[in-house]
Design a protein around this ligand. Structure first.
Ligand code: C5P
Length: 208
């Protein structure tokens, strides 16, 4: 079974995808980490995130064993990822890796922005996770403040709105629900309730 989970920044899709993968005994790939890693490698090579050639080089040379690098969770890493993610060549260079990962037994859950629309249009189940920007900002703010990061709620909300706009507005593989995606609004759901709602959607879709 292959499950595609897409949605905007801080919608809770990563936590959800990880839990769904564990529940069904599937592998899990956080595709956001791939774009974060490309941005990290461009910066480490002394390049500019807006340089398509440098970003493409980094995407082609990406070492998938570095995707759990804590540096990918640092402040600004998501924003940096969304800059390199706008280049068609970068996205193209990362497609085979994502598809090969999904095809391997026993199947997989991939989460990102374009999994149901571009990477795995034939996925068995597609879920598009949404939540109000204010709620996503509150969750992200609580997470960052909990780590002792000096940040304000207003700043986090601002960054989330900017990233939504960039991810939705880009020409290449913009963030949008696939026509056959199941919508899951987590605005009023905690992780547990969102997980239960997702399992109910999946069960209905695969007829179990
Ligand atoms: O999901 P995460 O916040 O880690 O993603 C970081 C950025 O990577 C996103 O804002 C988006 O621009 C990009 N991304 C993408 N396609 C994906 C996953 C992430 O363009 N499948």
């Amino acid at each position: 079974m292959i499950i595609a989970i897409d949605g905007p920044a801080a919608s809770g899709k990563g936590t959800l995808a990880r839990r769904i993968a564990a529940h069904y005994g599937l592998s899990y790939l956080d595709t956001g980490a791939i774009y974060r890693a490309v941005a990290r490698d461009v910066k480490r090579a002394g390049g500019d995130l807006t340089d398509a050639a440098a970003a493409t080089r980094a995407a082609r040379a990406l070492d998938a064993s570095t995707l759990d690098d804590p540096a990918l969770r640092e402040r600004g890493a998501g924003e940096a990822a969304s800059i390199v993610a706008g280049f068609a060549e970068v996205r193209g260079a990362l497609l085979d890796f994502q598809r090969a990962f999904a095809r391997k037994a026993p199947g997989a859950v991939l989460d990102g922005r374009d999994i149901g629309t571009v990477v795995l249009p034939d996925a068995d189940v597609k879920i598009f996770v949404v939540a109000e920007p204010e709620v996503r900002a509150q969750r992200r703010y609580a997470e960052m403040a909990g780590r002792g990061e000096p940040v304000t709620y207003a700043r986090v909300l601002d960054l989330i709105r900017q990233r939504d706009e960039r991810d939705r507005g880009r020409a290449e593989a913009p963030l949008k629900a696939a026509a056959d995606a199941l919508l899951l609004d987590t605005t009023h759901l905690d992780i547990e309730a969102a997980f239960e709602a997702a399992v109910a959607l999946i069960s209905r879709k695969i007829g179990q």
